[in-house]
Design a protein around this ligand. Structure first.
Ligand code: GDP
Ligand code: GDP
Length: 463
C-alpha cells in the first residue's frame, strides 16, 4: 500500500494547483465509479525522492444539490479516512477564515495526522496569514506557494518521516529523478546548499525597466544576434513569452517584456503596457534584473518596479545599461551607488552592475551577479547557527524593555527559502521596535552572507 496524502481545505486555497504540481502529467487515475469518489481526484505524486498517492478534494464549487458546507465536511471526512496524512491548506493571503476553522475541527476530531500548509505565501502579501496559521493549533505551518513551487523542500522534510514510517513499498527511490522539484541532497547540516537550476528547471529571469532602457537589445545579445525576439511568428500575444537558453552553462528562461511592448503603437499606451508587463514578469521571475538607462537612472518607474520585486520576494540585480557612452565613469558610478542606497534602502547590498547591452561589455559580470543573487535567495541557515548568531546579537545589543518589561527573544529558526524567511519566538512581539527588527535583519544579512535578497523576519509570541 502506498502512502496516501489527502489535500484538504476550503475552496480556492490552491489545492488543485498543488495537486497538479505534485502529480505533474502523471495523473494516474480519476476514480469515476458512480457514487463512490466522484469528487476525489487521485494521482501518483513525486516529491524529491518520495513517491506517494495524493488525493485532491477540490471541485466543491460545483455544489448544487447540497449545501457547500455539508459536502465539504463529508468529502473531507472521507478523504481523512482514506489517507495516512492530511495536508490542510489555508490561503496565507486571506488569513485564517471561519471556514478554515471548520476544517481544523474535523481534523482534530478525526485525530488525523495533519500537516498545515499556508499557501500563496510568496511575496509579502502572505506574511500575515502565515503567522496567523499558528493560531489553528495544528503545529508549525509550512509556507507554500503551489503556484511558484516554493516550500516544496519543507514539505518534503515533513513528509519523509511519515512515508518512511509507513514503510510503503517502493515509496522511496534512491535516486532522484531529473524532473523532481526538490534537491534531496540538501542536508540540514549543509548551510549553503542550494539547488542550482537544471535544464529541466531553469532559472527564471525577468528583465524589467522603462521603455528604451535596452531590454530588447540585452535579451537579443544574450540569446545571440540571430535570434529575433519579436520574430515573425504569428500572434505574439500579451501572454507570457519566455525563452529558454543556456547562459554560459546556466540554464535559464528569460521573460520577454520588451517584445510584447513593441506591439504597442501609442506612446502613453506603451508606458502603461510596460508597467503591466513588468508586474507580470516580476511574478514569473526568480531573479529580476532591473535594467536602468545610465543617462536617466532611478526614474519613478524603475523605483516602483524594483520595490515591487522586493515586496514580491524576488532576488534583484540592478544593471545600469549604455555604459559604453558614459564619459565620467568613476564619478557616475559613485553617484549611482549613492542614489541606489538612498532610493532603494530595502534592497541594501543588492548588486549593481554596469553593462552595455550593445557591445556586450559587462554581461559576464551580470551573469555572475545573477547567479550569486539566486544563490543568496536560496540560502538555508541551520537552526544551530542561527541561535548562536542570535545569542551574540542579544549580547552585543540587548532588546529594549518597554515599560520595564524586557522583551525576550528566545529562539530563531528558518522557515523558508526563496527568499529566506525566519521566525523568532519572543515575548511581547508587538512591542519590539522597528529599529531592533532592522538591527536583526541587517545582522542576518551580514552574518550569513545574504546581501540584497529580501529577508522576511517574523516575530511570534509564545503561549
Ligand atoms: P482549490 O479550489 O483549493 O483547488 O484552489 P485552486 O488550486 O483552484 O486555486 C485557486 C486560485 O488560487 C487559482 O486562481 C490559483 O491560480 C490560485 N493559487 C493557487 N496557488 C497559489 C499560490 O501559491 N499563490 C497564488 N498567488 N495564487 C495561487
Ligand atoms: P527597450 O525598450 O528597453 O527594449 O530598449 P531597446 O533595446 O529597444 O533599446 C532602446 C535604444 O537604446 C535603442 O536605440 C538601442 O540601440 C539603444 N541601446 C540599447 N542598449 C544600449 C547600449 O548598451 N548602449 C547604447 N549606446 N545604446 C543602447
Amino acid at each position: 500500500m502506498s502512502f496516501t496524502l489527502a489535500i484538504v481545505g476550503r475552496p480556492n486555497v490552491g489545492k488543485s494547483t498543488l495537486f497538479n504540481r505534485l502529480v505533474g502529467k502523471r495523473l494516474a487515475l480519476v476514480d469515476d465509479q458512480p457514487g463512490v469518489t466522484r469528487d476525489l481526484r487521485e494521482g501518483e505524486a513525486r516529491l524529491g525522492e518520495l513517491r506517494f498517492t495524493v488525493i485532491d478534494t477540490a471541485g466543491l464549487e460545483e455544489a448544487t444539490d447540497e449545501s457547500l458546507q455539508g459536502r465539504m465536511r463529508k468529502l473531507t471526512e472521507r478523504a481523512v479516512e482514506m489517507a495516512d496524512a492530511c495536508l490542510f491548506m489555508i490561503d496565507a493571503r486571506a488569513g485564517v477564515l471561519p471556514a478554515d476553522e471548520i476544517f481544523a475541527d474535523i481534523l482534530r476530531r478525526k485525530s488525523a495526522q495533519v500537516i498545515l500548509g499556508a499557501n500563496k505565501a510568496e511575496g509579502r502579501a502572505g506574511e500575515g496569514g502565515y503567522v496567523e496559521a499558528w493560531s489553528l493549533g495544528l503545529g508549525d505551518p509550512i509556507a507554500l506557494s503551489a503556484e511558484h513551487g516554493e516550500g516544496m523542500f519543507d514539505l518534503l522534510q515533513v513528509l519523509r518521516p511519515l512515508v518512511e514510517a509507513k514503510g510503503a513499498e517502493a515509496a522511496i527511490i534512491e535516486e532522484a529523478a531529473p524532473e523532481t522539484d526538490v534537491d534531496v541532497n540538501e542536508d540540514d547540516e549543509a548551510d549553503t546548499s542550494v539547488r542550482m537550476p537544471t535544464a529541466d528547471r531553469p532559472m527564471q529571469i525577468a528583465v524589467v525597466g522603462r521603455p528604451n532602457a535596452g531590454k530588447s537589445t540585452l535579451i537579443n545579445k544574450l540569446l545571440g544576434e540571430d535570434r529575433l525576439l519579436t520574430g515573425p511568428e504569428a500572434g505574439i500575444t500579451r501572454d507570457a513569452i519566455s525563452l529558454p537558453f543556456d547562459w554560459e552553462g546556466m540554464p535559464v528562461r528569460i521573460f520577454d517584456t520588451a517584445g510584447m511592448r513593441k506591439k504597442a503603437k501609442v506612446q502613453e499606451k506603451l508606458e502603461r503596457l510596460s508597467v503591466a508587463d513588468g508586474l507580470r514578469a516580476v511574478k514569473f521571475a526568480e531573479v529580476v534584473v532591473v535594467l536602468l538607462d545610465a543617462a536617466i537612472p532611478f526614474e519613478q518607474q524603475d523605483l516602483r518596479i524594483a520595490d515591487l520585486a522586493e515586496r514580491e520576494g524576488r532576488a534583484v540585480v540592478v544593471a545600469v545599461n549604455k555604459w559604453d557612452v558614459e564619459d565620467h565613469k568613476q564619478e557616475k558610478l559613485k553617484e549611482l551607488k549613492e542614489s541606489f542606497e538612498r532610493l532603494l534602502p530595502q534592497l541594501r547590498g543588492a548588486p549593481l552592475v554596469t553593462v552595455s547591452a550593445k557591445t556586450g561589455r559587462g554581461l559576464d559580470r551580470l551573469r555572475e551577479a545573477v547567479e550569486r543573487a539566486y544563490t543568496v535567495w536560496n540560502r538555508r541557515v541551520t537552526t544551530a547557527q542561527l541561535n548562536r548568531w542570535l545569542t551574540g546579537m542579544l549580547e552585543s545589543h540587548p532588546p529594549p524593555a518597554p515599560g520595564g518589561r524586557r522583551i525576550r527573544l528566545r529562539y530563531a529558526t528558518q522557515v523558508k527559502t526563496r527568499p529566506p524567511g525566519f521566525v523568532v519566538m519572543c515575548s511581547y512581539p508587538d512591542k519590539l521596535p522597528e529599529s531592533y527588527k532592522r538591527y536583526l535583519v541587517n545582522g542576518l544579512r551580514d552574518a550569513f552572507d545574504m546581501p540584497g535578497t529580501p529577508i522576511r523576519l517574523h516575530f511570534r509570541g509564545q503561549g
